[in-house]
Design a protein around this ligand. Structure first.
Ligand code: PGA
Length: 229
């Protein structure tokens, strides 16, 4: 079953709009044979209640400590108590704007797993380079070293995220085939996915997609999901 994750980032600006988008998505994806995860801003987790089995909630980040004096942070237990089953970690925007490092992402991943949340770990080259394989392997190995349970990974070339220039599926497949040699787990593709190109990543062997801006558009998002089935 493919996994399609919608990362709403810091959108939308009102709880009513969040509810409206969520309910529209829900009505369009019921009965589809794919697992769909919506990751809204933290504040909307308590007001979004999935009513169908194939739609789940996730968060976009957590802090690695359980509780305490960590101003502005949110714990794994907190998101779990509001229904989150998944959490995106190490997104390229977290690396870019908040200087998240691999060791931090690893700690967050371990905390998420302790709470039985499913972490979706983003990896990807930060600049457009000819061959990112070496960098990706180094990142991925550091993340899974001594880990008992492998997380889900998402390959997100940073130059494709939010650019409307998705990574050509042929190139993404080359990276995926390389990653699959040592990452025996689900790997998603993320970066400007649209309904025209989505299925090509699934054909290339990706286990699902991480969708940003178009996951806020119920028509486009459901088209992406349907095109992959
Ligand atoms: P995008 O974002 O689909 O808007 O490019 C992807 C992501 O951030 O996961």
């Amino acid at each position: 079953m493919i996994l399609v994750v919608g990362n709403w980032k810091m959108n939308p600006n009102s709880p009513n709009k969040a509810k409206e988008i969520f309910e529209k998505i829900e009505s369009k994806v019921k009965n589809l044979k794919s697992e769909i995860v919506i990751c809204p801003p933290f504040l909307y987790l308590p007001i979004l209640k999935p009513k169908i089995k194939n739609l789940k909630l996730g968060a976009q980040n957590i802090f690695w400590e359980e509780k305490g004096a960590f101003t502005g942070e949110i714990s794994a237990k907190m998101i779990k108590s509001f229904g989150a089953k998944y959490v995106i970690l190490g997104h390229v925007e977290r690396k870019k704007y908040f200087s998240e490092k691999i060791w931090m992402i690893k700690k967050k991943m371990e905390t998420a797993q302790k709470e039985n949340l499913k972490p979706i770990i983003c990896i990807g080259e930060m600049k457009k380079i000819k061959d990112p394989k070496k960098i990706l392997k180094k990142e991925a190995i550091a993340l899974i070293e001594k880990t008992k349970k492998l997380p889900i990974f998402a390959y997100e070339p940073c130059w494709a995220v939010g650019s409307k220039r998705p990574c050509p599926p042929k190139r993404a497949k080359e990276i995926l085939d390389f990653l699959k040699k040592f990452l025996k787990t689900k790997i998603l593709y993320g970066g400007s996915v649209n309904p025209k190109i989505a299925k090509d990543y699934i054909k290339a062997g990706f286990d699902g997609l991480l969708v940003g801006s178009l996951s806020l558009n119920p028509d486009q998002f459901s088209k992406i999901i349907k095109s992959c089935l």
